[in-house]
Design a protein around this ligand. Structure first.
Ligand code: GLA
Length: 377
């Protein structure tokens, strides 16, 4: 009897957001590549490919189904998947059997952005259903909620789902998606968010990626940390709209931002080049550094920028970015980084030690390119 009592207590024990997303969540999401073409078979094949390609070893663990999985509610109001997903519990079991985790998507409104069934007035019921399926991650997208709620209700609406998820006793990462409205970074964590989108949707081109990554994250740094992250949206690496060099900027910038790394490509058929970008463990280590400090721009000269991110062991991650259309010589001067003396420098895309350097480090950086460094201290 006593034992049963203890077991119950353990299941109901509170968990804290930082346990769930102590570093920025890493995984994959269906939307950028598949949109409404996602189904059970695709998710299983993607899970297989995440393991066989080395993505799982590099840290990508969440396999997230975005919009268009939802079907009708049954007579009791329980949400059912549509015909593309015959058995969600079986799918979750399959993904778990690969050592991965599974995510799902809904809206606080009556309909999702793609017009499918949302969680409006079924919040606790849906949270229980997802927990029973074995879901580990929920993206909650405002969309049609704007038709049934006032803007002033937004925080309470997000908290309602966060509380419902917690009440299930199953830890589920809670991802807020409301495009950065009402300065979400200032309150996202207080309503239980583990991450929150800071902008509208990313597109697979240099302009969209660079505006979101370079220009729209500044000023939010203090709100990111273990358990709660600014989310500049999912990765487009490998989707074809940018050059190899531009995709290295995409991953480097997201790593400097301590951003969630949710790959958005077809992992089953990616090129070696795409895989090498997504699985660069030295760059991923910058993103996943346990200090959890979001990096910031420390200097800007025309179209070149130097960014710094302090790391847990005292090292600095430093990125030399060139946003221009020509090669540029970019220098990170030590005083700008707050250091002096001689320091060992490692180049994280070339995977080489670049010497022990005094005063600063200069590099020729290709157009729309980056050199990302780890500076020992
Ligand atoms: C919104 C979100 C996207 C995606 C779609 C799905 O646009 O911002 O990330 O989830 O909805 O309909």
């Amino acid at each position: 009897m006593r034992k049963i009592c203890f077991t119950t207590l353990a299941i109901a024990a509170p968990f804290f957001a930082a346990d769930l997303a102590s570093t920025p969540p890493m995984g994959w999401n269906s939307w950028n590549k598949f949109a409404d073409k996602v189904d059970d078979k695709t998710i299983r094949e993607i899970a297989d490919a995440i393991v066989s390609s080395g993505m799982k070893d590099a840290g990508y663990v969440y396999v997230n189904i975005d919009d268009t999985w939802e079907g009708e509610r049954d007579a009791q109001g329980n949400i059912q998947p549509n015909s593309k997903f015959p058995d969600m519990k079986a799918l979750a079991d399959y993904v778990h059997s690969k050592g991965l985790k599974i995510g799902i998507y809904s809206s606080p409104g009556p309909k999702t952005c793609a017009g499918f069934e949302g969680s409006y007035q079924h919040e606790a019921q849906d949270a229980k259903t997802w927990a029973a399926w074995g879901i580990d991650y929920v993206k909650y997208d405002w969309c049609s909620a704007s038709k049934v709620y006032q803007p002033s209700e937004m925080q309470a609406v997000y908290k309602r789902m966060s509380d419902a998820l917690k009440a299930t006793g199953r830890p589920m990462v809670f991802s807020l998606c409301q495009y950065g409205e009402q300065d979400v970074w200032t309150w996202g964590a207080s309503v239980g968010g583990n991450l929150w989108r800071t902008t509208g949707d990313i597109k697979d081109n240099w302009k969209s990626m660079s505006i979101i990554g370079f220009d729209k994250q500044t000023g939010h740094e203090q709100y990111a940390g273990p358990g709660h992250w600014n989310d500049p949206d999912m990765l487009e690496v490998g989707n074809g709209g940018m050059s190899r060099t531009e995709y290295t900027v995409h991953l480097s910038l997201w790593a400097m931002l301590a951003a969630p790394l949710l790959a958005g490509n077809d992992v089953r058929s990616m090129t070696d080049e795409t895989r090498d970008i997504l699985t660069n463990k030295e760059v991923i280590a910058i993103d996943q550094d346990p200090l959890g400090q979001q990096g910031r721009r420390v200097s800007k000269d025309g179209a070149t920028e130097v960014w710094v991110k302090p790391l847990a062991n005292g090292d600095l991650a430093v990125a030399l970015f060139n946003r221009s259309d020509q090669m540029a010589d970019v220098t990170a001067y030590w005083p700008i980084l707050g250091i002096d003396g001689k320091h060992k420098v490692r180049d994280l895309w070339r995977h080489v030690n670049a010497g022990t350097v005094r005063d600063g480090y200069s590099a020729d950086v290709p157009q729309h390119g980056v050199v990302i460094l780890r500076i020992a201290r």
